[in-house]
Ligand binder design. Structure first.
Ligand code: NAP
Length: 292
């Protein structure tokens, strides 16, 4: 399949926090089924989530209900060597060598009880990345049928361009929320729009800080967003997702919630089109000043 023929669901479910949800295997199966019923068919993982244990929790559910696998797209990431009890590195660092990427992809396949990963992202830009060599690794693992598509996360526009020149990248997974605006200005979303490579968006609720933080920015945003949300007759979470979705790069926001109601809040945003004035009112509340 060419990169353009493959698409993720409009809202993607993120599994970073799955270990904290403390769900039994049956509850995890039910959670996946309910996500699928809501039209969320893409699931975002990383090798390191939950201290390297999150993928296996999801995989356990897929093993218990194997028919679910054909109804979903599995996304995972690798490239960060994170210190852990079983990984006593001296420091955390990045590794995009052929051997490490292969080892982590093969580990993810085992954890998730699947024959193929639909999309694998390089989690963070590796300063020692040899783009041509990494592209060869991508091509080999694709030829072996282990990975269908490749992408990156947290890469600058030039880092994306460098690797994309050697191997087609499907997406750059970036942070964007009313609390975190950097991607609007740093060229990454411009590039996504230019190339038609729809970005994935992490922490669209600022990791929950939109609700819980009491610094000036969050307080200002909550006040403004509460007024706007009332007018659209939606809640704050739905408004935050609608704000992300309004960007012309056609982003795929990733949820982080363990609650089905939280998934529903995200999906509800697909039916909302924010007025530009309201979009900018949120931008203004985030910055604490008007546009120039
Ligand atoms: P998020 O949606 O910004 O934050 C999720 C957190 O907000 C959860 O703890 C959730 O708790 C809380 N929350 C949601 N609705 C709430 C409400 N109405 N009131 C209070 N709290 C609420 O997303 P995220 O988890 O930070 O990130 C989403 C996904 O992005 C991750 O799962 C992961 O897949 C991906 N990610 C990628 C990177 C990267 O570097 N590529 C980095 C971070 C994350 P509840 O469970 O109680 O709803």
């Amino acid at each position: 399949m060419s990169p353009s023929a493959f698409t993720l669901s409009p809202i993607v479910a993120g599994l970073w926090r799955v270990k904290d949800w403390n769900l039994s295997v049956d509850e995890r199966v039910r959670w996946i089924e309910q996500a699928l019923e809501l039209g969320i068919t893409s699931f975002d993982h990383a090798d390191i989530y939950g201290d390297y244990q999150a993928e296996a929790l999801f995989g356990e559910a897929l093993k218990a209900a194997p028919a679910l696998r054909q109804r979903m797209q599995l996304i995972t990431k690798c490239g960060i060597r994170l210190r852990s009890a079983n990984r006593p590195y001296r420091i955390n660092y990045y590794d995009t060598s052929a051997a490490y990427v292969r080892a982590q992809v093969e580990q993810s396949l085992r954890n998730l009880h699947t024959e193929q990963l639909d999309l694998v992202l390089i989690h963070r830009p590796d300063y020692l990345m040899d783009a041509a060599a990494l592209a060869d690794t991508f091509a080999t693992l694709t030829r072996e049928g282990k990975v269908a598509h490749w992408g990156v996360s947290n890469h600058s526009a030039s880092q994306f361009a460098l690797l994309n020149q050697h191997h087609p990248l499907l997406t750059n997974q970036l942070e964007l929320s009313p609390l975190h605006l950097a991607a609007l200005d740093d060229g990454t979303l411009d590039q996504a729009q230019q190339l038609g490579a729809r970005p994935m968006i992490w922490s669209p609720l600022g990791g929950g800080r939109l609700f819980s933080a009491d610094d000036e920015q969050a307080t200002r945003l909550r006040a403004e967003m509460t007024r706007i949300a009332e007018r659209y007759n939606i809640n704050l979470a739905t408004l935050a997702f609608a704000w992300v979705l309004r960007h012309p790069s056609r982003p795929h926001p990733i949820t982080g919630t363990g609650r089905i109601e939280g998934l529903r809040d995200a999906v509800a945003a697909l039916a909302v089109t924010l007025d530009a004035e309201d979009w900018y009112a949120i931008w203004t509340a985030s910055k604490g000043h008007s546009v120039p």
